[in-house]
Ligand binder design. Structure first.
Ligand SMILES: Cc1cc2nc3c(=O)[nH]c(=O)nc-3n(C[C@H](O)[C@H](O)[C@H](O)COP(=O)(O)OP(=O)(O)OC[C@H]3O[C@@H](n4cnc5c(N)ncnc54)[C@H](O)[C@@H]3O)c2cc1C
Ligand SMILES: NC(=O)c1ccc[n+]([C@@H]2O[C@H](COP(=O)([O-])OP(=O)(O)OC[C@H]3O[C@@H](n4cnc5c(N)ncnc54)[C@H](OP(=O)(O)O)[C@@H]3O)[C@@H](O)[C@H]2O)c1
Length: 463
């Protein structure tokens, strides 16, 4: 296909997933190609924005204001949103190939990595995604019941998600009550009996994945002390590798300050422990204790320090354990998936199948590069993919839609999923949520069930 032919035909792109990576890709396509491109964005939820709505902690509202950028993209001519449409359930790959020149997968990595520790199946042992999805009102998790009647909880992992979980467990009611935390979670967390949260890092303070502002925030909590368990821990700069980042060096400095602090008299406390891994979660029906091994650092084959378990064990009473050791992708029906990495195999955003490029299929965000990086990281990541997509388009390498629907995208989706939610209909949900929150001084009260969201749309239609 020559350039002229391409322009005549136009470019139709489906983006699966409306999180940051999907929105950055959509914005970049539209700003590069203008009305030459039509972008249809699908999401399995009626609500857009992925983890900005369902992952970012409720007490971090400024971070969520990034959605203003996505709102501008959504207002562009040539952009359509089809929420409440799940790839693999309501639409399949071959159907998208019949209607679009290209598909970009932006589905994120919604599952959890498992550490494979015995006892993970016990009541009271949770994956980070369960707790985070629950307090953020994600419809998949709203039915979960968290029993917070114990005094000690253990959080495994040394990333920012572990910090979010610990912080949410100690925030006082009045600080939560002004956020968009799910109502069901507000009540349960406000009456929590948990007094101590132990965060376990399998490696040392110099290897923690925390970022500085998040680690620092732990030291500024209004109702919880933060401390570092001494355990003979070295907190000098010697624990930093020669090529340690500024972030790691600063983390060690912050941890030194925490270790030196005396208790500030708060009723709750967060204890950071390093070189410690759970080896079993114990209890008859629910979690009663966690056995922890002391680790030492050894140099791995890649020259990086890795944790090696020693036979020094200790058992800690705890009624809750949260595994916050990273997320993992889920396979999409009919789309290549690499079981080992849990990602869609790709080279710089072009999907690969058995080593060859799968023409017309692209990937962005966490499902492309793995579950790490902040919201902004997805912008550069999406640009790489979009540059390749546009290059392929210009080079005539994109397949023609095999049987485009005569009635256009709306008719195409209406046939597959009559209950789809348009962007304007999402705005009705948004308005309803803000309206519920306003009298309580909250940014919104989230609707957490899909049927409630659809009812809000219906109510608006009847107005
Ligand atoms: C708990 C948590 C807190 C975080 N907090 C911050 C923070 O404070 N600041 C920060 O900068 N970064 C934060 N991050 C990181 C940030 O959220 C990610 O970098 C970013 O969301 C990844 O974007 P994504 O588009 O790849 O995936 P996601 O945001 O996960 O979006 C994926 C979208 O795809 C949709 N989808 C999935 N499967 C299908 C399907 N089959 N069909 C249709 N749609 C589908 C999902 O519903 C979702 O909307 C946090 C991450 C987590 C896990
Ligand atoms: N406020 C914010 O900006 C914010 C909030 C939340 C999330 N995020 C971002 O979202 C991304 C994901 O965060 P995350 O916390 O899920 O992941 P992460 O940053 O990759 O941290 C995962 C942690 O789990 C540990 N881990 C992995 N496997 C383990 C095992 N088997 N046993 C014990 N520990 C294990 C890792 O240790 P090793 O290093 O030893 O592997 C690491 O400390 C990050 O980029 C994060 O910055 C940002």
């Amino acid at each position: 296909m020559s350039d002229d032919q391409a322009e005549e035909a136009g470019l139709r792109v489906a983006i699966i997933g409306s999180g940051p990576s999907g929105f950055y890709a959509a914005g970049q396509l539209i700003s590069a190609l203008g009305d030459e491109v039509e972008v249809d964005m699908y999401d399995r939820l009626p609500t857009p924005f992925g983890l900005v709505r369902a992952g970012v902690a409720p007490d971090h509202p400024k971070i969520k204001s990034v959605t203003r950028v996505y709102e501008k993209v959504a207002a562009s001519p040539g952009f359509r949103f089809f929420g409440n449409v799940e790839f693999g359930t309501h639409i399949e790959r071959h159907e998208l190939e019949s209607h679009y020149n290209a598909v970009i997968y932006a589905v994120g990595t919604p599952s959890d990595r498992s550490a494979g520790v015995g006892g993970e199946e016990l009541e009271g042992s949770w994956a980070a995604s369960d707790f985070v999805g629950w307090y953020n009102g994600h419809p998949d998790y709203e039915h979960l019941e968290f029993d917070l009647s114990c005094e000690r909880a253990v959080v495994v992992g040394n990333g920012n998600v572990a910090i979010d979980i610990a912080r949410m467990l100690v925030l006082p009611r009045e600080e939560m009550a002004v956020t968009d935390i799910a109502d069901h979670a507000l009540e349960v967390l406000a009456t929590s009996k948990v007094k101590e949260i132990v965060i376990l890092g399998r490696r040392g303070p110099g290897q923690a994945a925390f970022t500085n502002p998040e680690l620092r925030e732990l030291g500024e909590l209004s109702e919880a002390d933060v401390t570092v368990a001494p355990d003979g821990l070295d907190l000098s700069d010697d624990v930093l590798a020669e090529d340690a980042s500024m972030t790691a060096a600063k983390n060690v400095e912050i941890l030194r300050d925490y270790a030196a602090r005396g208790p500030r008299g708060h009723a709750k406390r967060i204890v950071l422990r390093f070189l410690a891994s759970p080896t079993s979660i114990n209890g008859s029906e629910r979690v009663e204790s966690v056995t922890i091994a002391r680790n030492e650092l050894v140099l791995g084959d890649d020259g990086k320090p890795r944790a090696q378990i020693t036979d020094e064990l200790e058992t800690l009473d705890a009624g809750l354990i949260f595994s916050a050791i990273g997320y993992r992708g889920k396979p999409l029906q009919g789309v290549p998936f690499d079981e080992q990495s849990g990602l869609i195999p790709n080279q710089a955003g072009r999907v690969h199948h058995e080593g060859d490029v799968l023409p017309g299929h692209y990937v962005v965000g966490w499902i492309k590069r793995g579950p790490s990086g902040v919201i902004g990281t997805n912008k550069k990541d999406a640009q790489e993919t979009v540059d390749h997509l546009i290059a392929d388009y210009r080079a005539g390498l994109l397949p023609e839609p095999t049987a485009p629907h005569e009635g256009g995208s709306e008719a195409f989706v209406l046939e597959r999923r009559p209950e789809h939610v348009s962007y304007d209909e999402w705005l009705h949900i948004d308005e309803a949520e803000k309206g519920l929150g306003e009298p309580h001084g909250r940014p919104r009260i989230k609707l957490t069930r899909v049927h409630e969201m659809l009812e809000a749309i219906e109510a608006k239609r009847k107005e």
